[in-house]
Structure formats: C-alpha cells, structure tokens
Design a protein around this ligand. Structure first.
Ligand SMILES: [Zn+2]
Length: 491
C-alpha cells in the first residue's frame, strides 16, 4: 500500500509529520512497535490511520477518561467510526455502545485497562477481530514508569484473549530502562521495534533558579506571573505549600484557581472547568493536574518544589506552549527542598504494619472512602504528619495485589455504591507472600536514584537544560539556545 496516497485520500493532511510515516511503515510490515513521541508530534494519526484504512477494529488502551473523550471526538470529526466506553457515560449510552461493538460497527475503540474487568465488555469485544492493539501512555505499564497503573500490567493477558494482535505502544517519556520494561511487560521481547520520534520542544525555555527561602520563591514567582498573558500553572509537591502560596496570592489580590487531592470531587471539577474555559487563568496544582488536558496557550509553568524525577518534570513542563508559541518553565530550587522530595518518596512505600492496619480499617469501614475520600483514614493513621500521602500509596499497593477494588471503579458512579448498605472495597487480606514479592526496597532505591538524577540535572552548570533531559531519555544531546544555560554560555 502507498501510505502517502492513502493519507491524502483519507485525511485532510497533505503530508506526514515527524515520525508518523516511519511508525506506520513498521506497523504495516507486521511488527510490534514501541514509539517514543513527544506530546504534540501527531501520535493520534498513528492509530487513526490504520483504523480508517483497515477493515477491522483498532483498540486503544488509554489511562484517562478525559483523554479518551477528547480522542474520540477528534476521531469522529475525521469521519472515523469511533467510540470511547468508560464510566463517565450513562448506562444507556454504554449499553448502546456495547451493542454497536457487538455488531462490529466500530473502527476505533478507546477504553481504560480497567474496562476489561467487565464481562459485558469482553463479550461484545469478542465479536470483533482486533487488527492492532494500541497502548497509549505506555510508560504506565512499567513499575519504573512515573504513572504506574496496576491494570496496565495485565495488558499482555488481554492481548492473548483477543488473538495476540500486533501492538503499537506509545509514550512521550520513557528512559531506556523503562522502554525495556514496557517491551518485556507486553510480552514483545525480541519482536518489537523501538522508534525514537525525537523530542523537539524548542519553543520552551527552561530555567532553574536557586532561591534561599520560600518568601524568595513567592516574590520571584509573583514577579514572573506579571510578565505574561495566557494561562500559567504552579506545581507543588505538598498541598501544604500550595495552600500557603494561595494565601500569599490572596494577600496580593491575585486571582487564581486551586486543584489538589484534598478538595471534594465537585470543587475539583469546577476548578478544572474554569481552567479549561478561560483564556488567562492561574492554576495552583499538585502533579496529577493537567494529565490529558490539551490547553494550547499555557505560557509559563512553575515548579515550586523539586519533582521526583526528570520524567515527571518533563511531562509537567510539556504542557506549556502547545500552540507553538514561546513558553517558559521555571524550577525553583532551595537546598531544603531535596529533603522534602526525599520524604515524599518515602511516603510512597509505607511499611508493612501501616498497610496491614489500613487494610483492617478498610475492612471495617469502606463507606468513608466514598464519603470523605482518604482524609478519613489519613487522620486516623498519620499522627505525625497529616499531610503525608501514605494512605493513598497503601491503597495503590493493595490494588496492585488484588486486595482491594480499583479506586477508579470505586469512584465511578455507574455502580452507585453509595446506595448500598454493605459497601465493601476489600477483596482479600494481604499475605506474607504479597509483602515478600513486592520488593519495596528495590523500588524505593530506584525512585531515590531518579530523584538524585533530577537534582544533579538541576545543579548541573556544564550543559544545556533541554540537552540534559534528552540525554537522560537516551536521545542525542542538543543545545536549545533558549534555556538559562544556553543564554549564559552561547555567544
Ligand atoms: Zn539550552
């Protein structure tokens, strides 16, 4: 087949961009592919094309509902028979989509990996031949990835169930060891081509500012905020420092939105909505905010504390300047911040006793999880520091072991758990083997190494900021000409 003439025939594009053609050639040669592509480099076409050109189904596994809805809409606009099936749609709409799926009416289907837990879904899917299995945000499959999701680790099982189709795994950020793990977890060792899509984000100017105190940070950010139009995000590791900065801004009469895990569901939704709808918004948020949000005019991203890894950092700053216009990323570094970030990592690996006690509490009282979120358990378990997030970490770990229901399922409305008197999230007690197999020590060391990597990157005075990030991801070193280092070191 001639890819370019098919592109012109089927899509409103005159040419392929970036590595699209290379990826599609590999897909059509019958190989599985892992493609590392930066955000905004046209990765959607890599699955839209085979969906529109082929006879059978292209199945996309995606981590987030917001992301899927957006992808579904874009595909429909391109005349592809596409659907996203998730917990955010009504029961009626879902049944209708299951029916159409069973009748093989779709070319392109988006689901989260958790969808495979539903029997009705698997039955409807079984009527289809899946030509290509696309794993979007594939770093979620790897324990070494920065957004690990338990159900992602079952994709190789799902793949067997749908007849072992070829895989196209897509990610924007994966270090060489994460890439290796993705290939292994998907069962593609020895049969997978890795395509490096380049990482051009040259419109983004990165700078790292050494500061002496939080007051110093506040003043510098306030000054920078006033230099730009468009939207801006300040990222915080700790909800506590977010709240303090929010107070500081209120004192200065600076309008802003906040988004973090301790807000109720409705508050978060309205804050997010204001951010999406308005042209010039300032958002203070914890790292989870922004995933899947495609807002073109984000002009500045600030990191109030040191992120846990270069992967997380690159993902956060990658949200700026999607319209191709200049954008800036400012990371503030105070010497004490390293210890905050280290503490943060420690919370991700709670001790055995903590996990066991938390499980027992869940067993005795599940309903509070729905009504008050994690704060109920946090107050009971975290005496020393009420801001820590060991409770969330413990839930993630228990979910990965199959001891509790997936949180996404608990929080989705479709099952209307709140109405049930005997609501339970616990499935089985964690065993000694669970703890033994977890290998927390190795994971913990790995996270610490990532933190030290970003710390030394931030402290480095011998190379371009962006070039240092490229090297970290195994790409060639470049000098961006825009970062603070390039400004000081280039003629
Ligand atoms: Zn540079």
């Amino acid at each position: 087949m001639n890819l370019l003439s098919d592109l012109k025939r089927l899509f409103p594009y005159p040419n392929f961009v970036h590595s699209q053609e290379k990826i599609l050639s590999s897909v059509y040669s019958g190989r599985s592919v892992l493609a590392i592509m930066p955000t905004g480099s046209g990765k959607s076409l890599c699955y839209q094309f085979p969906a529109k050109a082929g006879k059978n189904l292209v199945l996309v596994i995606s981590p987030l509902i917001a992301l899927m809805q957006d992808q579904e809409k874009k595909a429909l606009d391109l005349g592809i028979r596409a659907a996203a099936i998730h917990s955010g749609i009504s029961g009626g709409e879902r049944s209708e989509k299951y029916r159409k799926l069973k009748e093989k009416q779709y070319q392109l289907l988006f689901v989260t990996p958790e969808r495979f837990r539903k029997k009705e879904f698997r039955e409807s899917l079984a009527a289809n031949t899946v030509d290509l299995l696309v794993v979007d945000e594939a770093h979620c499959i790897s324990l070494w990835g920065h957004d690990f999701r338990p159900d992602y680790s079952k994709i190789s099982e799902f793949r067997k169930e749908i007849g072992n189709p070829n895989v196209l795994a897509l990610t924007a950020t994966a270090t060489p060891s994460t890439q290796e793990d993705i290939v292994k977890q998907l069962g593609l060792t020895g049969n997978c081509e890795i395509i490096y899509g380049g990482m051009e984000r040259t419109e983004l100017a990165i700078s790292v500012d050494d500061v002496f105190s939080n007051e110093d940070k506040n003043d510098k950010i306030l000054h920078l905020l006033n230099t730009k139009n468009g939207s801006q995000i300040v990222y915080f590791l700790l909800i506590e420092s977010l709240a303090k900065f929010s107070n500081f801004l209120r004192g200065k009469k600076v309008d802003h939105q906040v988004y973090h895990g301790d807000l109720g569901k409705d508050q978060r939704a309205s804050s997010l909505n204001r951010f999406i709808k308005n042209e010039n918004v300032l958002m203070l948020a914890t790292p989870a905010f922004g995933l899947g949000i495609d807002k073109p005019n984000i002009r500045q991203i600030f990191n109030y504390e040191l992120p846990g890894s270069i992967e997380s950092y690159f993902q956060e700053i990658g949200r700026a300047g999607r319209d191709g216009q200049p954008a800036e990323a400012h990371l503030f570094l105070r010497d004490d911040d390293l210890s905050i970030s280290m503490e943060f990592i420690k919370w991700a690996y709670p001790e055995k006793e903590f996990i066991t006690t938390f499980y027992k509490m869940l067993e005795e009282n599940s309903i509070s999880l729905l009504q008050e979120g994690f704060s109920f358990y946090r107050e009971k378990l975290s005496f020393r520091n009420k801001r820590d997030y060991r409770v969330e970490s413990a839930y993630n770990i228990l979910e990965r072991w199959g001891c509790v229901m997936p949180l996404t399922e608990v929080l989705s409305d479709e099952n209307n758990y709140a109405a049930q008197k005997d609501f339970r999230v616990t499935l089985r007690k964690p065993t000694d083997d669970d703890f033994k197999n977890e290998n927390q020590k190795v994971l913990f060391q790995h996270q610490n190494k990532k933190l030290l990597d970003i710390y030394s990157w931030a402290k480095n005075e011998t190379k371009c900021r962006l070039g240092g990030i490229y090297e970290y991801f195994g790409a060639d070193y470049i000098e961006c000409g825009k970062c603070d280092w390039c400004h000081e070191n280039q003629p």
